[in-house]
Design a protein around this ligand. Structure first.
Ligand code: NAD
Length: 494
């Protein structure tokens, strides 16, 4: 069926209309078992629409469509330049529909329209465009060995790949997955999050219009326990790329190991340290620390949720950081001046509130916030804890909400020890005016990304991924191409 929504908001007026079926073999179809998913508006908790949901049967049909496309019109049957051209067209179409995509993202996820437009959609377009350029450039190498012998390598597409994404950056995560897989010649069976399916559905039609052959991209909405599990299990899927929680990532790896030993890329959680030395530019550090933890309402895997401040500027930093956090405007995602909208769902709201209670129960000081904002929807005020202990849940576990802990440190050795004292290793930020301190700290941190005098910067050219239990493999940049290719070595005896 068709979903039509009239946006009549201060920042965007327009109508969005698209099919809510499963996108398989280039067509919209209903799920084999008639499942539906309720799409809820996080701003008021009300139903936006119902959409079709899939099950293992639909995954199987989609895998066959993807296999057929791989064997006939995609994979090694099409020039890289042609794949690049299609990706380029898709990027152009996404750019043309920037406002509509941003409005759908704001409606479905609760992020503000402004951020969705200038950050999420812009970055998604940039990512697809970046990989359009790679499609005809990911060549192998010639390797000379003994006299009269040489070898060359080929980067061959893996085949049908399964992709499973979360709800925090629905369109951006979709783009990070589609870009490198399509550039390298893989075909795709992708599952969006059941909490945020709308932009992925809108993208199906743009993918059709860009001219991708049927079956190259298949998108199946559904629940993790059915569609997600079926993707992880399917014997014809040789690779699964997952972004989400460490808990589910572990399950997917287990399933992949038990079935056909699928290759796995995992982008998982984080508890990223944000380190502010005494000699930092305090104004700059405060601004980035606020962005670090409150951007996207704290629902970022790389959120700078542990804010470590050296003892000399601790009091001054805390004062300014608190003032700035208190001044953030919470409101409807379509208010032009809102910085923070609602959390994505009732489940997340309850989870975050549970962490806030645990912080208080375990004896931390609730320095700011900790409460609901308004009386409908899933809004939580920016929250800051101080006087924590390293063993507390709010210091160790990923809260995935607007909750930061501010912790004092003495010197570089102390901060390296405290910052690395976590099972995660996704990202970190360092603030100092001293280049030696900055680089030395960056090199000693166990993190896949280190930002110096900034935070939460993501670029399609730059690899992103985790050390330790934050994941396996890298997305973005040239590195992501390896996730979707098998290297074949051809030996030649002349
Ligand atoms: P989640 O793990 O609950 O769900 C992610 C996806 O997995 C969803 O599509 C879900 O339906 C699916 N899923 C759930 N159970 C499954 C199962 N048994 N088998 C297969 N699939 C299953 O995570 P979430 O709550 O949607 O997202 C938040 C998490 O994502 C956070 O931990 C965050 O750190 C992480 N994240 C990481 C990155 C990164 O790049 N490292 C980026 C964004 C989000």
């Amino acid at each position: 069926s068709t979903f039509t929504y009239e946006f009549n908001t201060p920042v965007y007026k327009g109508t969005s209309s698209f099919n809510t079926g499963l996108f398989i073999g280039g067509k919209f179809v209903d799920g084999q078992e008639g499942e539906t998913i309720d799409v809820i508006n996080p701003t008021n908790g009300k139903l936006i629409t119902k959409i079709s949901g899939g099950t293992a049967k639909d995954v199987d049909i989609a895998v066959n469509a993807a296999q057929k496309a791989f064997d006939t019109v995609w994979g090694l049957n099409i020039a890289g330049a042609q794949r690049g051209k299609l990706l380029g067209k898709l990027a152009d179409l996404m750019e043309e529909h920037t406002d509509e995509l941003a409005a759908l993202e704001a409606l479905d996820n609760g992020k503000t329209f402004g951020w969705a437009k200038n950050s999420d959609v812009a970055a998604s377009v940039g990512c697809i465009r970046y990989y359009s350029g790679w499609a005809d450039k990911h060549s192998g190498k010639v390797i000379e060995t003994d006299e009269n012998k040489l070898a060359y390598t080929r980067n061959e597409p893996i085949g049908v790949v399964g992709q499973i994404i979360p709800w925090n950056f629905p369109l951006m995560m979709l783009s990070w997955k589609l870009g490198p897989a399509l550039a390298t010649g893989c075909t795709i069976v992708l599952k969006p999050s059941e909490f945020t399916p709308l932009t992925a559905l809108r993208m199906c039609e743009l993918i059709q219009r860009a001219g991708f052959p049927p079956g190259v991209v298949n998108i199946i909405n559904g629940f993790g326990s059915s569609v997600g599990q079926a993707i992880a299990e399917h014997p014809k899927i040789e690779k699964v790329a997952f972004t989400g929680s460490t808990l589910v990532g572990r399950k997917i790896m287990e399933t992949a190991a038990k079935t056909n030993l699928k290759k796995v890329t995992l982008e998982l959680g984080g508890k990223s340290p944000n380190i502010i030395y005494d000699d930092a530019d305090i104004e700059q550090a405060v601004n980035w620390a606020v962005h670090g933890i409150f951007w996207n309402h704290g629902q970022a895997c790389c959120a700078g949720s542990r804010i470590f401040v050296q003892k000399g500027i601790y009091d001054e930093f805390l004062k300014r950081f608190t003032e700035k956090a208190r001044s953030l405007k919470i409101g409807d995602p379509f208010d032009a001046d809102a910085y923070q909208g609602p959390q994505v769902s009732q489940i997340q709201y309850d989870r975050i509130m549970g962490y806030i209670s645990s912080g208080v129960e375990q004896g931390a000081t609730l320095h700011l916030g900790g409460e609901r904002h308004g009386n409908e929807g899933y809004f939580i005020k920016p929250t800051i804890f101080t006087d924590t202990k390293p063993s507390m849940k709010i210091v160790q576990e990923e809260i995935f909400g607007p909750v930061g802990v501010v912790i004092k440190f003495t010197d570089e050795d102390d901060i390296i020890h405290q910052a690395n004292d976590t099972m995660y290793g996704l990202a970190a930020a360092v603030f100092t005016q001293n280049i030696n301190t900055a680089l030395e700290t960056a090199h000693r941190l166990h993190a896949g990304t280190v930002w110096i005098n900034c935070a939460n910067q993501l670029h399609p050219q730059i690899p992103f991924g985790g050390f330790k239990q934050s994941g396996i493999g890298r997305e973005l940049g040239e590195y992501a191409l390896a996730n979707y290719t098998n290297v074949k070595a051809v030996h030649v005896n002349l």
